[in-house]
Design a protein around this ligand. Structure first.
Ligand code: B12
Ligand code: SF4
Ligand code: SF4
Length: 317
């Protein structure tokens, strides 16, 4: 089997497993990205995510993370669902970011990536070394997805694909096999600045760069302690995560919906009013968020977020 056939077979299998796009890039040091990451860290844009400083050399070079690796096979799968369109129209309702409404993507992807790895190993006659990742190690997921031709990085700093938009997750196989490498996609943001204009906290401090310390997603998920006073009001109705800079993106208007059923929004999370979330108890939290990415914010943190959103919603009505 030649390289073209091998590349084709792996891509076909990835699509069969439910991913929407699969691309291939030669593994190596990411030089431009290395400088951009260093600047971002030096300016403290990562806030208290101290773990972003760890393993810098591995983060910018997958051959250091996975010795002997030759390729990064990047996978993207949409989690966009028709119900999200309805949710976008609702106002004054407490919101949970779309990515967190289904089963935890780490679990869903890990299973599929392992299957893809086994398939590739078999294809190569049992000879394959490497690892699979989904936001689970020091890897610059978006930079690799862009290198592998899955899309471009938009001004809101998310990877954007012409067909599936940006409501997608990225995972990868970093392996010691070679492939026919994909062509990079050009930037289609053009003169648009909708995401920058819509961000309520000015977290997109310049095109393509996000300051976590101002981002609602960081405040509601990553920041363990109480959200600073000046950001409580700008939280608006977002209890967990934030989709504003993606909701306004024209490329998401007619984006294709995702195919992985496990990522579909869970009915039991939808349509509750703020009083329900404000009164949530530990048992309800455990039962509603079983197997969900929301568990990254512990019960106490989630309740703090709900309390702030309750004040925001009540003061608006
Ligand atoms: C830390 C982190 C965050 C932080 C910081 C966000 C950020 N923009 O960096 C916070 C908590 C704020 C966050 C929020 C969100 N996150 Co997050 N997050 C990550 C994580 C763990 C690391 C990202 C990182 O390395 N940041 C450091 C900065 C400096 O890197 P960067 O923005 O990627 O830019 C690098 C390259 O892409 C490149 N680059 C970027 N732009 C350009 C432009 C040019 C011209 C060039 C040359 C290079 C270049 O250079 C940079 C430096 O290396 C990744 C998972 C991972 N392992 O990669 C998920 C990830 C980025 N997050 C994800 C998601 C879904 C979200 C949210 C949408 C969740 C939500 N709804 O609330 C929001 C979106 C907020 C936003 N507008 O970015 C997805 C994004 C999927 C996509 N379509 O791109 C990822 C990839 C997880 C995954 N595996 O699917 N996140
Ligand atoms: S996720 Fe929300 S707060 Fe963060 S950059 Fe986008 S619009 Fe701004
Ligand atoms: S809203 Fe406009 S500038 Fe922002 S990512 Fe989408 S196309 Fe690019």
């Amino acid at each position: 089997m030649n390289l073209t056939q091998r590349t084709q077979r792996v891509r076909e299998e990835a699509l069969r497993l439910g991913f929407d796009a699969c691309g291939f890039a030669k593994a190596g040091r990411l030089e431009t990205e290395e400088r951009r990451l260093e600047e971002w860290l030096n300016q403290g844009r990562h806030g208290n995510m101290g773990w972003m400083e760890n393993y810098f050399n591995k983060r910018v070079d997958p051959t250091k993370l996975v010795p002997g690796s030759k390729s990064v096979v990047s996978l993207a799968g949409s989690y966009f669902h028709p119900d999200h369109k309805r949710q976008q129209q609702q106002t004054g309702k407490p919101r949970i970011a779309k990515y967190a409404q289904g089963r935890d993507y780490h679990k869903v992807y890990k299973k599929k990536l392992k299957k893809l790895f086994s398939f590739t190993e078999e294809l190569l006659g049992g000879n394959l070394n490497g690892r699979v990742f989904v936001d689970s190690a020091p890897v610059l997921d978006k930079a690799w997805a862009a290198r592998a031709g899955l899309g471009w990085i938009g001004k809101n700093s998310n990877l954007l694909n012409r067909d599936i938009g940006s409501f997608l997750f990225i995972g990868e196989m970093i392996i010691d096999a070679e492939f026919v490498y994909s062509t990079q996609v050009t930037d289609h943001c053009g003169t648009c600045t909708r995401c920058i204009d819509a961000c309520p906290t000015n977290a997109i401090y310049e095109p393509y760069r996000v300051d976590s310390t101002k981002c609602i997603s960081y405040h509601t998920i990553e920041l363990k302690e109480q959200i600073p006073k000046q950001y409580q009001e700008t939280l608006g109705d977002w209890m967990y995560g934030c989709d504003i800079c993606q909701d306004v993106c024209p490329w998401n208007n007619d984006a294709k919906f995702g195919q992985m059923e496990d990522l579909y929004p869970r009915e039991k999370l939808l349509n509750h009013d703020i009083d329900f979330w404000k009164e949530l108890n530990n048992e309800q939290y455990d039962s509603l968020f079983e197997g969900s990415a929301i568990r990254r914010a512990k019960f106490e943190k989630f309740k703090m977020n709900a309390g702030i959103v309750a004040e925001n919603i009540n003061s608006d009505s």
